[in-house]
Design a protein around this ligand. Sequence first.
Ligand SMILES: NC(=O)c1ccc[n+]([C@@H]2O[C@H](COP(=O)([O-])OP(=O)(O)OC[C@H]3O[C@@H](n4cnc5c(N)ncnc54)[C@H](O)[C@@H]3O)[C@@H](O)[C@H]2O)c1
Length: 291
Amino acid sequence: MKISVVGTGYVGLVSGTCFAETGIITSCVDIDQEKIEKLNQGIVPIYEPGLEKMIKRNVEKDRLFFTTSIEESLKGSEAVFIAVGTPPDEDGSADLQYVLAVAREIATHMTDYKLIITKSTVPVGTAEKVRAAINEVMATRDDKIPFDVASNPEFLKEGDAIDDFLKPDRIVVGTDSERAEKLMKRLYKPFLLNGHPLLIMDIPSAELTKYAANSMLATKISFMNDIANLCEIVGADVNSVRKGIGSDSRIGNKFIYPGVGYGGSCFPKDVKALIKTGIENNHSLEILKSV
Ligand SMILES: NC(=O)c1ccc[n+]([C@@H]2O[C@H](COP(=O)([O-])OP(=O)(O)OC[C@H]3O[C@@H](n4cnc5c(N)ncnc54)[C@H](O)[C@@H]3O)[C@@H](O)[C@H]2O)c1
């Protein structure tokens, strides 16, 4: 089996390499020529424990390829993951221009059935926008190529990305087609050996799950900082309070350490984007606004 991963950034590079590790022929595409040239020389643009060795092994076994040509990459690929960035737009919503540009490029160059999967973090409704973008291009072509779209948000953490991908807590797949579901189950079979589930759901639910997960984690951190501030005022020790609540299995002891707050490349933009989705749907997410 062969797949393409478009966008060879943090998520695309780790996902592509891990898929190759399971024996799938994986072609990673990026518009950044310098990045692709370096990867082809064995120079890895990010540091992630174990990644460089894994890339080398799979390149040597002819299972992992890097290219700037999406047309070349699509040849023989059944599934195409879109893993480009979704930075915040001026109003906080996710900027989908890169995702939709890739969708149009796929539509321009595909010559046989493709399952097109959004792996980037994208708001509810994006798979439909991807479908519409592909149909728009398809309408200008003489041949009509069948395709499905699916949503497969990524939950890996930077610094632990390989382990998270190879041994995921869960894999979320949003799909509305039997063919797509079968293909996704086949792709992910090797990652399920640790007993964690592959959750098949409708596409909007899969899209929302990623934002809900990051927003929940940001909420835990923010809540604990609020409690820490109160502890200082009333003379309590927040670390004792943390242990006291963390031992309750309903709460859990992760993400309840007081500190400088949350940051990183995903939480701030994803919290803002979910608030924006709420606003667009006349539903004010009051808790998240405080977070
Ligand atoms: N970084 C993380 O820890 C993480 C975790 C889970 C989900 N995500 C989500 O995954 C998505 C990607 O994040 P990332 O951190 O990998 O981004 P990144 O910025 O590291 O990588 C994006 C890559 O896409 C490439 N690109 C842009 N347009 C392209 C095009 N038309 N064709 C081919 N390549 C193109 C860029 O050159 C870049 O290399 C985002 O939606 C992000 O929210 C990120």
